[in-house]
Design a binder for this molecule. Structure first.
Ligand SMILES: NC(=O)c1ccc[n+]([C@@H]2O[C@H](COP(=O)([O-])OP(=O)(O)OC[C@H]3O[C@@H](n4cnc5c(N)ncnc54)[C@H](O)[C@@H]3O)[C@@H](O)[C@H]2O)c1
Length: 334
């Protein structure tokens, strides 16, 4: 599916974080639709290193890239020597996905270094190469502000959300200082779809609940989950956003969601319908104080300035995703 008239054939495209969920989907998108594009994936991949809370430090996985025929560079965005390997290319487009993507990491220093400092380096590279920069921001910039979440009213409530908020400010300033550059940030809401499995506990509830159901267990949800809603967006609509963000009417940060909030209970119910099970739901108390109960992206400016049109409902997204959920069930995650 082509999302714009831009021809990416014969273009050189850098995807940082290209071994992760969204980055690897982007890599295959270009490989499939623009076979003459030159795609360079830059990712530190997954090591055994853990954060204090026991979560992995990075989720990039070679299995996400099996079949990818472009260039792969294993490197760390925190390491200037590794980044210098990119200087031998001249990029036309940079899709910057690499980040500590785990919202429950609270080590502020490592989050700020990884997500923020590296952004200066990649913007410098984009400027040198005259490349379009599309980078991943996040709905976490809004914290638990009431819906609809709207660009211009932010209140990050964890180091991850703060790092993305600072990236948006850096991008804004950089755009002002370099008015000829194209820089667009995508504030992604809750993305789900193929190639997220290796995010383990941080993968979407769609695959986690799907695997609980395939284990023959009732999906486990917080009490009141029919009232806890999120703006869930299927990966293909996120690819659409990345492609359209290459030609924004204006530089800036853009919300990327469907604009339609759906509950966690909806996910469990749709999965059971698709998987043909009637296991009910097991409820347990929500342990978190101040838990975000409602997200809904205000996508009006994204529609106007990016021509972004989310197309895939939660029902369609889950239906399309079911074969991958089934095929990964019980598969080794290491
Ligand atoms: N998936 C979502 O729902 C969602 C929502 C909001 C924002 N985002 C953002 O979108 C981007 C992609 O997210 P994702 O879901 O694909 O996550 P992901 O963890 O699968 O991808 C991030 C990739 O970055 C790599 N990486 C991490 N630290 C690195 C480092 N120091 N050097 C080089 N590579 C490094 C990882 O190995 C991984 O492959 C991230 O910036 C994330 O913050 C994602």
């Amino acid at each position: 599916m082509l999302y714009s008239d831009t021809d990416f054939n014969n273009k050189t495209i850098l995807i940082t974080g290209g071994a992760g969920f969204i980055g690897s989907n982007l890599a295959f998108y270009f490989q499939t639709n623009y076979p003459d594009s030159r795609v360079v994936v830059f990712d530190c991949f997954r090591s055994e290193a853990l954060f204090n809370n026991g979560n992995l430090q990075s989720f990039g996985h070679y299995k996400n890239l099996i079949g990818f025929t472009g260039t792969i560079i294993c490197g760390n965005i925190n390491n200037k020597n590794d980044l210098s390997l990119l200087r031998e290319y001249k990029f036309d487009y940079i899709f910057h996905q690499a980040a500590i993507s785990d919202t429950r990491i609270y080590d502020q220093e490592i989050i700020m270094k990884t997500n923020v400092n590296s952004f200066y380096d990649l913007l410098t590279l984009a400027k040198k190469d005259d490349a379009v920069m599309v980078y991943a921001s996040s709905a976490a910039t809004y914290g638990s502000l009431a819906s609809p979440q709207t660009v211009g009213k932010e209140n990050p409530e964890n180091p991850y959300g703060y790092s993305k908020y600072i990236m948006d400010q850096i991008a804004y300033r950089y755009s002002k200082e370099n008015p000829d550059m194209t820089i667009a940030g995508l504030r992604l809401f809750n993305v789900y779809g193929p190639r997220e499995y290796y995010k383990a506990k941080t993968s979407s509830m769609v695959i986690q609940l799907g695997h609980q159901i395939l284990d023959g267990k009732a999906p486990r949800l917080y009490e009141g989950s029919d009232q806890i809603v999120r703006d869930f967006i299927y990966i293909d609509d996120v690819l659409q956003a990345n492609i359209k963000a290459c030609n924004p009417k204006l530089n800036g940060a853009y919300n990327i969601g469907t604009g339609i909030p759906r509950s966690f209970q909806d996910i469990a119910d749709i999965l059971q319908k698709e998987l043909g099970t009637v296991l009910g739901t097991e409820y347990f108390p929500n342990p978190y104080d101040g838990y975000q109960m409602h997200t809904q992206a205000d996508i009006s400016i994204s529609q106007t300035n990016l021509d972004f049109k989310p197309k895939i409902s939660l029902e369609e997204g889950i239906k399309t995703y079911i074969p991958e959920i089934k095929s990964l069930h019980g598969k080794d995650i290491s």
